[in-house]
Write a protein that binds this ligand. Structure first.
Ligand code: CMX
Ligand code: CO
Length: 133
């Protein structure tokens, strides 16, 4: 079994401050980590839940995949991050199982992780991010 934890559930939002404030008022959730990932065109706020995170995501430019997603599909669930021991091994295993890789090789993600994305069309409509800590 290659999955070790649900790393994060990512939610695309237009107003990051409003989303953070909502999770704070509703659950008392605090931001554990905040980062602008310019290579992905996103700003994230990570809310820790046990060993996982809720990743609130907002676009930083109009070409961002998250900007396109909000434009075409509205705000809401954007992807799921599956935590794995070794991203390269998990990526190859997914390709062998029929997945279409968006990243041909693992690359840097936020908070120093190594990640690879899988196209939703090859994974039952779910954009998957493999996350190695
Ligand atoms: N979840 C499920 N399905 C999705 C989707 C999503 N997030 N985004 C797009 N799709 C579907 C579309 O509905 C579309 O389906 P149809 O062909 O039936 O219409 C299909 O996938 C192709 O979509 P598209 O609009 O042509 O493609 P985009 O240009 O929007 O690109 C994707 C989609 C997944 C290839 C692109 O978002 C991508 O490369 N994502 C990976 C990187 C990323 O998301 N980075 C930001 C997060 C960074 C982080 O978490 O750290
Ligand atoms: Co993510």
């Amino acid at each position: 079994m290659l999955l070790t934890e649900i790393d994060h559930v990512a939610i695309a939002v237009k107003d990051l401050e409003a989303a953070i404030d909502y999770y704070r008022r509703a659950f008392g959730a605090e931001v554990e980590h905040r980062e602008i990932v310019e290579s992905d065109g996103v700003e994230e706020a990570l809310l820790k839940v046990a060993e996982s995170y809720v990743q609130l995501l907002t676009p930083t430019n109009e070409n961002s995949p998250v900007a396109k997603s909000i434009e075409k599909r509205g705000e809401g669930l954007h992807h799921i991050g599956y935590r794995v021991e070794n991203c390269a091994v998990a990526l190859q295993a997914m390709i062998d199982a029929g997945a279409i890789a968006l990243d041909k090789a693992p690359r840097p993600g936020s908070r120093g992780t190594t990640v690879a994305f899988i196209h939703p069309k090859s994974s039952f409509g779910t954009l998957i991010e493999l996350v190695q800590e």
